[in-house]
Write a protein that binds this ligand. Sequence first.
Ligand code: SF4
Length: 286
Amino acid sequence: MRELNDRKGRELVDGVIELVDRLKPLHLSIVGGDPLVRYRELETMVPLLLDRGIHVQIVTSAFRPMAADWAKLPRLNVVVSIDGLPPEHDVRRKPATYDRILKNIAGQKITIHCTITAQMTKRPGYLQEFLEFWTPRPEIERVWFSIFTPQKGDDLPEILTKQERSGVIRDLLELGEKFPKLEMPKELIRQFAAPPHRPEDCVFALTTQTLSADLKTKITPCQFGGNPDCGSCGCVASMALAAVASHKLGGVIPVGAIFKASLKIGQWRARRSAEPPPIQPLQVLP
Ligand code: SF4
């Protein structure tokens, strides 16, 4: 919901509800820009979405306070994006500085999400320091880390080398033992070592639909759009679904194989009935 010229007010609320009623997702992730730019619409829309039994996730910089009752709503997850420790974060995210975030999240239930960049890996103990800052706070329910995901052909200082990526995996496995609020199971963390190589192999890309704020334009192949370098993917959601897909039912058949077979059957049946296959969950993105 970043493009302010896109829908707003009642039109935005009705548009999202109509979409959800049509596509029936299990989970809706609303990201930005910053969705809190449209906080009035969000405060109207969130209870309507939760009443439909779906899980709702709002990803924000917490640049402004959120509705006080959000902390009590079941199936609502508010994720605050933090770009590292204050010296890095406050420069990049101003006006959503650490000070302001701490004020705005008081009394809420928050998931902290941080994307690890190569710069962070150059300072030993960075991730531990980050967890030491956030996890003792009562409003923090959990912490998630992603690893920076480039587009193909990018040459950016944020991109981790293979060695840096292995170091991060090692650190996260160790830190998970010390910080229970680092809610990333070992199977998930290990997936960072072997990301899917193509969108066609990515369970996350195959099971999500990402829409722009006009509620029509599809963003493909996944939430990153463009031509992402899947071999360097560090998206925590993608790794979580890959971990589920690699789990072997009865120790024999990977869940991913069953999922792909089921998807093919669904697409075949949809073609026969000339109806689009159900795609879940739905994301509304800028
Ligand atoms: S989520 Fe990652 S692996 Fe999946 S399509 Fe996007 S970049 Fe590729």
